[in-house]
Design a protein around this ligand. Sequence first.
Ligand code: ADP
Length: 254
Amino acid sequence: MESIISAKNIIKNYGGKNPVNVLKNVGLTVKEGDFICIMGPSGSGKSTFLNVISTVDRPSKGIIEINGKDIFSMSDKQIGKFRYENMGFIFQEFNLIDSLTIRENVGVPLVLAGQKREEINKKTEAIINELNISEIIDKFPEECSGGQRQRAAAARALVTNPKLIIADEPTGSLDSKNSHELLKIIKERNEKYGTAVLMVTHDSMIASYAKKLIFLRDGKIEETLERNNLTQKEFFYKIVDITSRESQSFFDIA
Ligand code: ADP
């Protein structure tokens, strides 16, 4: 399978008076068809890792290759273009623009990519139908429920038909029913089109949709778990095992 992004020997430090070494030599390759979930305690570097891999933030050291090309040899404009054309982002807080309707919000990535109005209308319409949000397209975000807003945010992430979906706690503001609905949409994309998914979550149930789990601790990859031919339920129990070990270590220290 084609590698979309590859990160090797990544080190990320934050400067200031008390410099912190947040990522300590981590690496990951994301290929077409992958569905990878990153878990780990709060402060272990999950969001930083996601931001570095998705080229939103630059590492202090290490190599990031997109389509086989080192990003350090590319301009910010070239990297930005790659992001618009290949990635869709879903965040916990939806990040919809309040002054735009849902239809306009969904079309934003296409506008940013400089596509023609006709093309924008056609693609926006298609994804709105696919995600069943036609009843809210002319509403503003504040007129929609949390679940509707998150579906709109998913539509915006998918409207460009990205090769890679980047999701940071995508269900953090949703109830259980809406969380599973969102994950089903993501899973379908992954299975139908081979869209790769890289997701951070603290929720083992949500993580069980993935095919591979990476457990970060203190800026390092502590454990990698492949789902292989386990059912989602069996994978869920394996994940719970890892996360409960995490809680156990807390009690051992306390
Ligand atoms: P997680 O997503 O696992 O909760 P983060 O990646 O958000 O962890 O953060 C990891 C560590 O990096 C934390 O200790 C956090 O305080 C620190 N950190 C994150 N962003 C910055 C920043 N911009 N400046 C300084 N420290 C940061």
